[in-house]
Design a protein around this ligand. Structure first.
Ligand SMILES: C[S@@+](CC[C@H](N)C(=O)[O-])C[C@H]1O[C@@H](n2cnc3c(N)ncnc32)[C@H](O)[C@@H]1O
Length: 144
């Protein structure tokens, strides 16, 4: 079934238009997460101190956040010394992310498409819909 879905020609624009419609509903949570001093994860908001999701040293790490939405994970990374870039399929989600970047005075690159030459990444993360904690660690380990 997954193969059938991924082979549809219009899944990317349909996904984008769905997330463009839903984006307004994510703005308030995005603002709360941007304002949070400490990261918390997943649908149960498990604090970083308990979950230990982030690599201990993010200083100078070139990182990519896949499906960055409102961009708060990138903000958490940047505040810990990383150089994050965010990718998201939804222009409306990225518009919220950029508004929050302006509000919090922290600009990092965000785009709908990756640059043609990505260069070397030292970490990658995704927090799609309540991440499992292992996602970060396994991606981070392979991208280092
Ligand atoms: C549930 S939101 C999560 C956003 C953010 N990571 C968070 O934790 O709040 C999922 C995000 O992934 C984006 N997305 C979904 N499919 C995508 C794809 N194929 N490529 C890039 N972004 C995608 C959506 O536009 C949306 O912003």
């Amino acid at each position: 079934m997954l193969a059938a879905v991924s082979q549809t020609a219009d899944h990317v624009p349909r996904n984008r238009s769905a997330w463009d419609r839903w984006a307004a509903g994510y703005a308030a949570a995005g603002a709360r997460n941007w304002a949070a001093a400490e990261p918390s994860w997943g649908i149960w908001d498990i604090p970083e101190a308990q979950a230990g999701v982030l690599p201990p040293d993010l200083n100078d790490r070139d990182s990519i956040e896949l499906g960055c939405g409102t961009g708060y994970v990138s903000a958490w990374l940047a505040r810990r010394g990383a150089r994050p870039a965010g990718l998201d399929n939804s222009a409306a989600q990225l518009a919220t992310a950029r508004a929050l970047q302006d509000q919090f005075g922290l600009r990092t690159p965000m785009a709908c498409r990756p640059p043609t030459a990505c260069g070397a990444l030292t970490s990658a993360c995704t927090a799609l819909n309540g991440p499992t904690m292992s996602q970060w660690n396994s991606i981070s380990a392979t991208a280092t």
